[in-house]
Design a protein around this ligand. Structure first.
Ligand SMILES: NC(=O)c1ccc[n+]([C@@H]2O[C@H](COP(=O)([O-])OP(=O)(O)OC[C@H]3O[C@@H](n4cnc5c(N)ncnc54)[C@H](OP(=O)(O)O)[C@@H]3O)[C@@H](O)[C@H]2O)c1
Length: 245
């Protein structure tokens, strides 16, 4: 049975490129209000313009998801301006190779601050409004990389594993009131994967990746994995291959 309500007000982080940009375009339509977050203001405003051409009302928030105060402020302004919230997509993320900074923990700190804490800081400010309304969807763009510790991608994999577990816990806490969905894509052709030196099987375009959220959102699924096999078993992934994305 379909359970999803109409989606009118949407907040997306990492909307200045890649999957986030594709999601913004995908949801842009007359009657919709979309909040867009990213650090590169020019790129964000270019995406906003595309969304407006499709009939959506758009509010841009040039901000860093690692800055809890900035994101809380953006969420608060957006909630007031839009008069509610239906869908939040914590999509902003980075991928760094573990050997970029040998000898210190700079890479894990940066990756966890963005991919894990940044997502948490994006979703939390919207929880009270959604709980009060008894509706809405909180979505985190995680990755199939969150299932195993892959070579030279320990920080990235750990950040997505942490996000998966945190979302699982949030889902239980908000069960019956707010929909909480973890999205685990495989390889998607974006700036993040453009310089990967290894083959990327089942590569999707960012538009395909964005479109694949639609039905799971409508049916309020808890977790989806797409593009590539579910990495649950021993033989599902060659750990020597490495993965960034
Ligand atoms: N591409 C893949 O194969 C793949 C696979 C699985 C999961 N994912 C996940 O999908 C999400 C989107 O990645 P993508 O592939 O679309 O990469 P992308 O094209 O590099 O986009 C990343 C987005 O995140 C934003 N961002 C990064 N750090 C940020 C920060 N501190 N504050 C605010 N925004 C920030 C970037 O905007 P600014 O630079 O303007 O801030 C950009 O809009 C990520 O969470 C990634 O881990 C990607």
């Amino acid at each position: 049975m379909k359970q999803g309500g109409a989606i009118r007000v949407i907040f997306i982080t990492g909307a200045s490129s890649g999957i986030g940009e594709a999601l913004a375009r995908h949801y842009a339509a007359p009657g919709r209000i979309i909040g867009l977050v990213g650090r590169r203001e020019d790129a964000l405003r270019a995406v906003a313009e595309q969304c407006r051409m499709r009939g959506a009302s758009v509010v841009c928030f040039p901000a860093d998801v690692r800055d809890a105060v900035a994101i809380q402020g953006a969420a608060s302004v957006f909630l007031t301006q839009a008069g509610g919230i239906d869908l939040v997509i914590a999509n902003a993320g980075i991928s760094r190779r573990d050997d970029e900074c040998p000898g210190n923990a700079g890479i894990p700190r940066e990756v966890m601050a963005t991919n894990f804490l940044g997502a948490v800081q994006t979703l939390m400010p919207f929880v009270p409004a959604m709980e009060d309304a008894g509706s809405g969807s909180l979505v985190a763009i995680s990755s199939v990389a969150g299932v195993r510790g892959l070579p030279n991608a320990g920080a990235y994999c750990a950040s997505k594993a942490a996000l998966n577990i945190w979302m699982e816990s949030l889902r239980v806490r908000l069960r019956g009131r707010v929909h909480v969905m973890t999205v685990c894509p495989g390889f998607v052709a974006t700036a993040m994967t453009a310089s990967n030196p290894f083959p990327m099987p089942w590569l999707l375009t960012s538009d395909q990746a964005a479109t694949r959220l639609e039905l799971p959102l409508e049916f309020r699924l808890p977790r989806i994995t797409y593009n590539g096999r579910h990495l649950g078993g021993e033989d599902d992934q060659d750990p020597e291959a490495g993965i960034h994305g």
